[in-house]
Design a protein around this ligand. Structure first.
Ligand SMILES: Nc1nc2c(ncn2[C@@H]2O[C@H](COP(=O)(O)OP(=O)(O)O)[C@@H](O)[C@H]2O)c(=O)[nH]1
Ligand SMILES: [Mg+2]
Ligand SMILES: [Zn+2]
Length: 308
């Protein structure tokens, strides 16, 4: 039978086949598969798998089909393996709250680059509008205006923006990522009354939520909707990208780059740079440009340490 991996528990995995869940182990030879050794776990949520020896709700994963994409994390360190958060995605929904925890668009931008590196469309979902002002919302819209990233402002409390969010997610497998406490699980609960997933309490001091969603988990709350909820990501570094490749992931630079004197141009120190001119003219948001510069600097630093 062919199914999709919905959750992993270390040594076994839940696999959905036509809405029925099977608890599966991994066939022995798969654990030592060379191809899969570069990952911290050979199986990821979202993987399409062939299961065999099926009886009484149990089975064995015998094959993992080729992934069309992955949303993954790779940490610093030579031997660190790639941590695949989920695979075979149609949409990455980055959830951030305006407050508790506080907005951090540089963090969002790193997640955006990661998704785009695998060609996955991104939706920026800015939650807890009930705690925010109209200016907060305007700022986020202005920041991403020419980025090619869709932006939605939502509230799981008032229901604002949820119909639009649902429309975006229709007929897709969507990954929800963002800080713990930003409202990922609450949004799912508000979109699909009755599913009652567990929501975290926010700890008073930091405004960061506790990790209530402990595993990455796929749910199919309604026909046509497949969501993958994740525990919060706190840190999200980018390392497996050469500094010169970064600018291609900032769509607002695309029409300008043709008119830069230097090619390739990283748009930070080069003279006669059209991107810098567009920032000065207000056609590229200065904070978004700054976010690019920070990311560029961190990639440069990483590469100079690795290869010096
Ligand atoms: N005021 C407000 N609180 C929210 C909203 N969405 C979620 N919360 C609260 O934020 C906390 C964390 O929510 P949760 O869904 O567990 O976040 P997750 O860690 O991203 O899944 C909970 O106390 C929720 O009640 C919202 O839109 N507005
Ligand atoms: Mg959660
Ligand atoms: Zn330039």
């Amino acid at each position: 039978m062919i199914g999709v991996v919905a959750k992993g528990y270390g040594l076994y995995y839940d696999v959905f086949v036509d809405g029925v869940s099977y608890r599966c182990t991994l066939k022995g030879k798969m654990r030592t598969n060379r191809e899969l050794l570069k990952y911290s776990d050979p199986v990821a949520v979202g993987d399409i798998v062939q299961i065999e020896s099926v009886s009484e709700g149990m089975g064995v994963i015998a094959e993992i089909k080729k992934r069309k994409n992955v949303f993954s994390r790779k940490e610093k360190g030579k031997h660190s393996r790639e941590d695949v958060i989920a695979s075979n995605l149609d949409l990455v929904i980055i959830i951030q709250s305006f407050y508790r925890p506080r907005l951090n668009l540089r963090f969002v931008d790193r997640l955006v680059v990661r998704a785009k590196m695998d060609g996955i469309p991104v939706l920026g979902c800015f939650n807890k509008t009930d705690l925010a002002t109209a200016e907060d919302g305007n700022y986020v819209h202005a920041y991403y205006e020419r980025s090619g990233i869709d932006v939605l402002c939502t509230s799981a409390v008032t229901g604002r923006g949820l119909d639009e969010l649902k429309a975006f997610a229709r007929d897709k497998t969507s990954l929800l990522v963002g800080y713990s406490g930003s409202g990922k699980t609450s949004i799912l609960n508000a979109l699909f009354p009755g599913i009652e997933l567990r929501v975290s309490d926010i700890s008073g001091k930091t405004g960061k939520g506790r990790h209530t969603t402990t595993n990455v988990e796929m749910i199919e709350p309604q026909k046509g909707y497949r969501f993958i909820d994740t525990p919060g990501v706190r840190e999200f570094g980018l390392i497996d990208l050469h500094p010169s490749e970064l600018e291609a992931y900032f769509s607002e630079f695309s029409e300008a780059r043709e008119r830069c004197s230097f090619r390739p141009c990283t748009h930070d120190h080069e003279p006669d740079c059209e991107v810098q001119r567009m920032v000065e003219k207000g056609k590229i948001h200065p904070d978004r440009y700054l976010s690019y510069l920070y990311l560029l600097a961190s990639l440069k630093e990483y590469y100079s340490r690795m290869y010096s």
